[in-house]
Design a protein around this ligand. Structure first.
Ligand SMILES: *[C@@H]1O[C@H](CO)[C@@H](O)[C@H](O)[C@H]1NC(C)=O
Ligand SMILES: *[C@@H]1O[C@H](CO)[C@@H](O)[C@H](O)[C@H]1NC(C)=O
Ligand SMILES: *[C@@H]1O[C@H](CO)[C@@H](O)[C@H](O)[C@H]1NC(C)=O
Ligand SMILES: *[C@@H]1O[C@H](CO)[C@@H](O)[C@H](O)[C@H]1NC(C)=O
Ligand SMILES: *[C@@H]1O[C@H](CO)[C@@H](O)[C@H](O)[C@H]1NC(C)=O
Ligand SMILES: *[C@@H]1O[C@H](CO)[C@@H](O)[C@H](O)[C@H]1NC(C)=O
Ligand SMILES: *[C@@H]1O[C@H](CO)[C@@H](O)[C@H](O)[C@H]1NC(C)=O
Ligand SMILES: *[C@@H]1O[C@H](CO)[C@@H](O)[C@H](O)[C@H]1NC(C)=O
Ligand SMILES: *[C@@H]1O[C@H](CO)[C@@H](O)[C@H](O)[C@H]1NC(C)=O
Ligand SMILES: *[C@@H]1O[C@H](CO)[C@@H](O)[C@H](O)[C@H]1NC(C)=O
Ligand SMILES: *[C@@H]1O[C@H](CO)[C@@H](O)[C@H](O)[C@H]1NC(C)=O
Ligand SMILES: *[C@@H]1O[C@H](CO)[C@@H](O)[C@H](O)[C@H]1NC(C)=O
Length: 684
């Protein structure tokens, strides 16, 4: 009994000691939830991006506004390591390199509150984290002595290459005004800001902890190998190949039992993706939402002409293709070509000899290629038609390209859109069609909003937002957003009408009918959905299917007359020609309920994953396919807290250690003297 009590005392003493000692050190954390990290990615040879230490990187917060602040952080401030808070204009390669190389900076937070132009001014002179020659090394001109490495045109003048740096410290953007204000006023100004006469403040200081530990390291081959040996006991993945889904749909819906001649398919393409340095901050307004919406609106207009195109003998089919992962060395287009070469496009055969599918499309089927790129700006008041100088070596192809150019110029000028063609000696800008031209010389044009270098000074950056291309409407009221047509929607609708007319004439050989017109309300609505809010009426109508495939189905598919979701399916289990997509549909008049619709469509998704990850024994150094992967991670968090002075911390630690020793001594002593303390016949 006695021993028990003694031990009990001992334990209490120990815990009380700990509680007393640690109470003063208990950190009060303030979570900064409006954050987005820079991730770590790999290609075959390099790692890029950011990571924190396992338990996060901690530093004293310093708000760096001018050169004296830089000096403080890099040279004079006594309380390093720092976590630096930067304004939108100060976050550039030069400043970040300076901070990182000082060895005194443990992390960077960048203010990005787009609603507030005072707090987050946009760099007037431009900013792009991409390189000045995007996708260099994976395009048509890679080994070309004349055009290679952007020798003739450096497309992205404002490219800083920030995206491709290996930072090894965490970098976050902060997006919530309330939290940024708190950080500036209640953390930095209150505790850390040096005094008027330039001396450092006393403890306690306000610190930040940035956590975004990336589990992968080195390069894609290393990371994939480690991931692939993951066992059941250790199911960790270290990285995943970048990529998503391509979306494709045809107008003519030719099935595998029908003839489908060579050179009878026109591809109309746009890319679906862009990037920025920060996860999920891809506003992508000019690059590439204008291209996506421009092409979708053309598809919608042409969808209504389906009977005319199908019934015209000798008409060409039109394949609308939306490529994903293009910003990372053309992942989506490479994949589609790979599948076309294997005969697996639009879908892999399921193995049933009697199955009826859509007719496969191979490179031999392709007759023309038209790609839309960025369409939001104008260069000398005009859009520009680009073509490939090498393709002009063949007289026939050259003539066909010229015919395409003159046709679209004629049709667009009828609609009131100015399009000009660049000189025939200028190479193509970065575009998916380059990957096709590497395999087959197809008459191709690329339509975009710059003659030489990009007019978009925010290419692949967090600043490429709707406001910059006049795609916002003044009101935030949802119903108004559909009634007030933005300036960009008006401009883009005309472009879509031109595209639809051009594709119609290219397919049928007939001039486009007057009724072939893109719908300005649809364009306005789509811009709103992609750029302002995904919680929009259009996306609600097409739920539950995924956005792009569903939009394709909505615009190109046929409505099937069924009222129940369970009846929205094919009737024959060998028929794989169509997809059946059930959508929520429009609201019933004067009611909140919706009337579901069933669409029968050829629109489908296919994998946009680099073939490098599916080819056994792929030679990582061949430079044939994109090798980009993204690291896995566990926790993402930003929090701030007060740190007491080092003396206080030492006191707390010593206090704890002394108590521990005391209690150990006590236990030792008790054990040693147990015979004396407890008689043998003690009752336990
Ligand atoms: C990987 O990325 C780095 C940084 O951008 C680049 O220098 C290198 O050439 C790339 N490697 C391959 C194989 O593409
Ligand atoms: C940081 O960037 C800003 C904006 O470009 C520049 O004005 C400033 O001089 C830079 N600071 C340092 C220390 O290089
Ligand atoms: C924008 O930010 C500044 C600085 O934090 C603040 O003074 C101003 O009130 C903010 N404006 C709005 C509209 O929130
Ligand atoms: C961005 O590109 C434009 C056009 O070439 C150029 O005038 C400007 O100086 C560039 N800005 C930066 C920061 O590189
Ligand atoms: C911003 O942060 C504040 C405080 O944490 C929170 O109440 C608010 O909901 C956040 N705003 C947004 C738009 O998330
Ligand atoms: C700096 O200012 C603080 C008060 O703001 C004062 O206590 C301190 O003595 C001053 N130091 C010098 C060197 O003037
Ligand atoms: C396949 O095409 C043939 C010829 O146009 C047509 O008769 C048949 O109905 C089509 N089958 C399906 C399932 O669409
Ligand atoms: C299509 O072109 C390929 C390659 O040139 C050729 O092998 C094939 O026979 C052609 N098919 C038809 C139907 O002409
Ligand atoms: C080019 O055109 C000529 C005459 O129109 C034709 O005879 C020839 O086969 C064509 N060549 C190719 C490669 O299409
Ligand atoms: C947006 O509107 C402003 C003001 O009317 C104009 O100066 C600018 O050129 C427009 N930008 C685009 C991309 O249309
Ligand atoms: C749809 O089906 C219903 C009942 O099956 C029929 O009454 C109606 O006329 C059909 N509508 C159309 C447009 O075919
Ligand atoms: C819906 O409401 C409007 C006005 O409230 C009315 O004029 C119209 O007839 C109603 N429509 C239906 C289908 O009930």
């Amino acid at each position: 009994m006695g021993r028990k009590i003694l031990l009990f005392h001992n334990v209490i003493l120990f815990y009380v000691g700990i509680v007393i000692c640690t109470r003063t050190s208990k950190k009060i954390y303030f979570d900064v939830d409006g954050n987005s990290p820079c991730f770590r990615r790999f290609n075959a040879t390099h790692q890029i991006g950011c990571t924190s230490e396992e338990n996060g990187n901690v530093g004293v917060v310093h708000y760096v506004k001018d050169d004296s602040d830089f000096d403080w952080v890099v040279n004079n401030g006594p309380h390093h390591p720092y976590v630096v808070l930067l304004g939108s204009l100060e976050f550039n390669l030069k400043n970040v390199t300076l901070l990182k190389n000082s060895g005194r900076v443990n992390g960077i937070m960048v203010i990005h509150v787009v609603e507030n132009e005072t707090l987050t001014p946009f760099p007037e002179e431009g900013f792009s984290p991409d390189s000045s020659c995007p996708n260099d090394g994976y395009g048509l001109y890679n080994d070309d002595s004349e055009f290679g490495h952007c020798k003739t045109v450096a497309w992205n003048h404002n490219g800083t290459n920030l995206m491709y740096q290996d930072f090894n410290i965490p970098i976050f953007v902060l997006t919530n005004q309330t939290e940024v204000d708190f950080l500036i006023n209640d953390c930095y100004e209150k505790f850390n800001k040096p005094t008027e006469n330039g001396t450092a403040r006393d403890y306690p200081l306000c610190a930040a902890e940035l956590k975004d530990r990336m589990s992968g390291a080195k390069d894609s081959p290393t990371c994939m190998r480690r991931t692939n040996v993951a066992t059941n006991l250790n199911p960790d993945t270290y990285c995943d190949p970048l990529g998503d889904k391509n979306v494709a749909a045809t107008i003519k819906e030719v099935n595998s039992s029908e003839p489908y001649p060579n050179n009878s398919v026109i591809i109309a393409a746009a890319r679906l993706d862009s990037f920025s340095l920060f996860e999920n901050i891809y506003p992508s307004a000019d690059n590439h939402v204008t291209g996506i919406v421009g092409l979708l609106a053309a598809a919608e207009a042409l969808g209504k002409m389906k009977p005319a195109i199908k019934s015209k003998t000798g008409s060409k089919d039109i394949l609308f293709a939306f490529f994903n992962g293009e910003a990372f060395d053309y992942i989506g287009s490479s994949r589609m070509i790979y599948e076309m070469e294997k005969g697996d496009f639009p879908a892999k055969k399921r193995g049933n000899p009697n199955e009826l599918t859509l007719h496969k499309i191979t490179l031999d089927h392709l007759s023309h290629f038209i790609e839309v790129n960025q369409l939001g700006y104008r260069d000398k008041d005009s859009l520009w038609i680009h073509s490939d100088p090498h393709s002009r070596q063949s007289g026939n192809i050259s003539a066909e390209i010229d015919k395409m150019i003159s046709t679209i110029k004629r049709i667009s000028s009828d609609v009131g859109v100015k399009m000009d063609s660049v000189g025939s000696k200028q190479p193509l800008p970065p575009a998916s069609v380059q990957r096709f031209l590497m395999k087959k010389t197809i008459p191709s044009i690329v339509i975009t909003d710059h003659e030489g270098h990009y007019t978009n000074k925010y290419y692949n950056s967090r600043f490429d937002i709707a406001r910059e291309i006049n795609a916002t409407t003044p009101s935030s009221n949802e119903s108004d957003a559909y009634d007030i047509i933005s300036e960009q929607a008006r401009m883009l609708t005309k472009v879509s009408t031109s595209l639809a007319g051009f594709l119609f004439e290219l397919s049928t050989g007939d001039p486009p009918p007057d009724v072939l017109e893109a719908d300005v309300n649809q364009v306005n609505h789509m811009l709103h959905c992609f750029l302002v809010t995904r919680k929009c009426e259009l996306f609600r109508q097409i739920l539950p299917a995924s956005d792009m495939k569903a939009l394709g189905s909505l615009y190109l598919g046929d409505t099937v007359n069924v009222t129940e979701e369970s009846n929205c399916k094919k009737s024959d289990d060998k028929d794989f020609v169509y997809q059946y997509v059930w959508m929520q549909g429009p609201k019933v008049a004067n009611s909140t309920t919706r009337k579901g619709i069933c669409k029968k469509t050829t629109a489908n998704t296919s994998l946009a994953k680099s073939p490098a990850f599916d080819i056994t024994d792929y030679d990582w150094n061949s430079g044939k396919y994109s090798t980009w992967t993204e690291s896995s991670w566990n926790t993402i968090s930003v929090r701030i807290f007060l740190v007491p002075s080092p003396r206080m911390q030492t006191t707390i630690l010593s206090c704890g250690v002394i108590l521990l020793l005391l209690s150990l001594l006590l236990v030792y002593g008790c054990n040693k003297k147990a015979d004396i303390l407890f008689s043998k016949n003690s009752v336990y």
